[in-house]
Design a binder for this molecule. Structure first.
Ligand code: PSU
Ligand code: MN
Length: 289
């Protein structure tokens, strides 16, 4: 039985600091293998789309300077110019689906960014676009806590993306066990997730099944702890006029600075757990077909 699981690479090159990035990437791959599935970390190397990286390539991605963060719009640029790129959820999902890989895992998805000046949000992640159009299973811990969670939840609904709570009734928010916002349906087993996915396929729905898994209890951070630090991080981003692809990595780094190692521990633990859940779902899917 071949049960591939796509893993994104932006989290390696831009989401986590060295040396934890390489260590975490290896742990996620090992966790997928231990579940009897096949990890495919996706990236662009010298303009080539790579579905699954050699250990040396994984190290290169984690340590080389100047690896681009590649979302959908950037894919043709790095490919045509022969550049290196780490793929976001959106770009990973696109490449995985084209290659026939229906399951992917990540930490937190992108969504609608917060605005501190009260203006309508203009920064909306291409992750939502990809999730709306690609009929895959995406396992994550919900949207990143740095985002406008209510607006992101609305966008998921608008785009017809079914949000599953994996062993939870509310949508998690990355390091935090709950966003306080509801999921569409709760699943307690991989088989239940596969049944929902099959129903989506039979109905001809475009778009993803988004499986949201709360971070493990032992590392999860309460929202009351994260939100004050986030306010400060948003102010800092505003002062620096940070925009576009620089914003998410900046805010995540600021939270790590302000809240210390437990943020890093939570991020690493949830990535590994999501890889395990994705592997179990991938196996259930492969057995069912
Ligand atoms: N999950 C993490 N850390 C990350 C990301 C996800 O635990 O850094 C990345 C993903 O690649 C996601 C991207 O697609 O952040 C979203 O960036 P933006 O908001 O610029 O679209
Ligand atoms: Mn953006």
């Amino acid at each position: 039985m071949d049960a591939p699981v796509a893993l994104e690479s932006t989290v390696i090159a831009h989401g986590l600091p060295a040396p934890h990035n390489l260590d975490t990437a290896r742990r996620c791959e090992a966790a997928v293998r231990a579940e009897g599935a096949r990890p495919c970390t996706i990236a662009i190397l010298k303009g080539q789309v790579r579905l699954g990286l050699h250990p040396d390539e994984l190290r290169y991605l984690a340590t080389a300077p100047g690896i681009r963060k590649v979302s959908l719009r950037d894919l043709p640029v790095v490919v045509a110019r022969g550049l290196d790129g780490a793929t976001t959820v959106a770009a990973t999902l696109h490449l995985a689906w084209r290659a026939g890989i229906p399951v992917m895992a990540t930490g937190g998805i992108g969504g609608v960014h917060r605005r501190i000046d009260g203006q309508p949000a203009m920064d909306i992640s291409a992750d939502l676009e990809a999730l709306a159009r690609i009929p895959a299973i995406v396992v994550c811990s919900g949207p990143k806590i740095i985002l406008d969670l209510e607006a992101t939840r609305e966008q998921l609904e608008t785009r017809g993306i079914t949000v599953v709570g994996y062993r939870t009734d509310t949508m998690p928010a990355f390091y935090c066990p709950t966003s306080g916002l509801p999921v569409d349906v709760r699943c307690d087993t991989p088989a239940e997730v596969v049944a929902l996915y099959r129903a989506r396929q039979r109905l001809g729905l475009p778009g993803a099944l988004l499986v949201t898994v709360p971070p493990p209890d032992r590392v999860a951070l309460p929202r009351e702890v994260v939100l004050p630090a986030l306010e400060q991080a948003l102010q800092d981003a505003e002062t620096r006029q940070l925009r576009a692809e620089a914003l998410t990595p900046f805010l995540l780094a600021r939270l790590r600075e302000r809240l210390g190692s437990r943020v890093l521990q939570a991020n690493i633990a949830l990535l590994e757990q999501n890889a395990i859940v994705a592997a179990r779902i991938a196996r259930a899917l492969a057995t069912a077909t």
